[in-house]
Design a binder for this molecule. Structure first.
Ligand code: MN
Length: 474
């Protein structure tokens, strides 16, 4: 264990790398409602294609943390996707109408202006300003929603809603439908169907538009710089949470909203705990450090994992395992292109990882047989990736039904974004050479599918040489 003096020297070590300055332009840019309006139009088209109706999309509720302190507020991802409106207590209503130039009417219900509350809690748009800024047809006080819903739902074929997500909204919308039913003797019909809005919205969210890809690139760039900073500052004797602080420093310094999920900063054997988030152990000379952390920019997540030696030099055993995981990750990225399926990178990674386990003498036998029997599972127990977007494990199906029954893995198309994150986790066990014990390695990048193949959004140092260089010289 190093002395306290070593700790201080490490924390104050200058970063020799010239980090790109913060680009304030995206922060100062005025809000552009056009991409959100285009998404509402696409949703209305999909609704119209299956008979039309009315969609009701509430944002997330505020959540109390304790007494009168709230958790930091974050809008519901579906609501944000369709509006870009970040205030709580808001609901979007879309009324499909083929005669409307946008495919239907959009109504935003939001908080009213309130001078006293704004002194305490900050600016509120209020309906008048919200209507223009967010380019909706109408905006109304949120207090009018229950009174207006029965009128909006009358004589409509279907109510579209994210059924079962929030029982409060399930009940509130059922009450609105019951109110419409009381009008049956006036000849007004209640919607005959309640349809799951998630299916159609998830399919839309799966393929990112240009403005989403730009935000995801920014989230990827900021998180990449943060990982690089953490790497340059890592030394034996520091605590995992001190490295976590380095990440958060860069996230906020460069304008990200914050973490996109609780960061994993796992030294030594903690790297073999897949969802380790305590981040409170001391980093030891000779151990590896696994960091799985990403930031959020305007609602969009990045998700990066890097693994490197605490003391800046890979041991021979650590290097052997690292090179296997890196080769698996590169092989997985290599097969990502339109028409390949979501399963293709996983299959490519499994081949390299399983051969690597044979080379490490942890497995023996025929490669295809070992893959078929999932012999790799004790050391590789998770999948190689997931969709990424507004949610770190983003919306979107991984399989699609095929004619004649059954399902196939989702074919990739340009605009989809997925993570590629193979790993190997070697816990102490009989018949495992001691040099390999507690080596937990994962390497994760964010990859956008393009027409020509794919584009890797994330860029922290990744090869053994790059990592050792950054750790030696910043
Ligand atoms: Mn991930």
């Amino acid at each position: 264990m190093p002395t306290a003096g070593d700790d201080n020297r490490a924390m104050n070590a200058p970063l020799h790398t010239a980090l790109p300055p913060l680009d304030p332009a995206p922060l100062a840019a005025p809000f552009d409602p056009a991409p959100f309006a285009a998404r509402r139009r696409r949703l209305l088209e999909r609704m119209a294609a299956t008979g039309g109706g009315v969609a009701v999309v509430p944002t997330a509720p505020e959540k109390l943390r304790n007494r009168d302190t709230h958790y930091p507020y974050r809008a519901d991802s579906y609501f944000w996707y369709l509006t870009g409106f970040g205030e709580p207590e808001a609901v979007l209503v879309l009324v499909a109408d083929p005669a409307h130039p946008e495919g239907g009417r959009s109504l935003l219900f939001c908080r009213e202006k309130n001078e006293e509350r704004e002194i305490w809690d900050g600016y509120r748009y209020g309906p008048a300003a919200a209507q223009g800024t967010f380019a909706v047809d109408e905006a109304h006080p949120i207090g009018e929603l229950d009174a207006q819903l029965p009128d909006l739902l009358g004589d409509q074929p279907a109510l579209w809603h994210t059924l079962g997500v929030d029982s409060y909204w399930d009940e509130r919308l059922a009450a609105a439908i019951n109110t419409v039913r009381t009008r049956s003797r006036a000849g007004i019909r209640a919607p005959g169907e309640i349809r799951d809005l998630r299916q159609v919205l998830d399919a839309l969210r799966l393929v990112k538009d240009a403005s989403e890809l730009a935000l995801m690139q920014r989230a990827a760039d900021i998180a990449s710089l943060a990982h690089r900073r953490a790497m340059a500052r890592t030394r034996p004797g520091l605590a995992e949470f001190q490295i976590e602080a380095e990440l958060f420093h860069d996230f906020r310094l460069r304008g990200a909203d914050g973490h996109s999920y609780p960061p994993i900063v796992a030294g030594g054997k903690n790297a073999c705990v897949l969802h380790y988030v305590e981040n409170n152990a001391i980093l030891k000379d000779g151990d590896l450090l696994l960091i799985d952390a990403g930031c959020e920019v305007a609602g969009y997540a990045s998700d990066i994992t890097r693994t490197y030696p605490v003391n800046g030099r890979f041991s021979p055993a650590q290097k052997d395992v690292y090179e296997i995981v890196l080769a698996a990750q590169l092989a997985a990225i290599d097969v990502i292109k339109p028409s390949a399926t979501f399963q293709a990178p996983h299959a490519a990674a499994l081949r390299v990882l399983t051969q690597g386990l044979v080379d490490l003498k942890l497995l023996s036998g025929d490669l295809d047989g070992l893959i078929e029997s999932e012999a790799y599972k004790p050391w590789y127990m998770h999948r190689t990736g997931h969709w990424l977007g507004l949610d770190v494990h983003d919306a979107g199906d991984y399989k699609r039904p095929v004619e004649g029954g059954g399902s196939d893995w989702m074919p990739l198309e340009a605009g989809m974004v997925l993570t590629v994150e193979p790993g190997l986790y070697i816990r102490p066990a009989d018949k495992v050479p001691e040099a390999l014990w507690n080596i937990g390695i994962r390497i994760e990048d964010d990859v956008a599918v393009t027409a020509a193949g794919c584009h890797v959004l994330t860029s922290p140092p990744k090869t053994v040489a790059e990592i050792e260089e950054v750790m030696a010289h910043g």
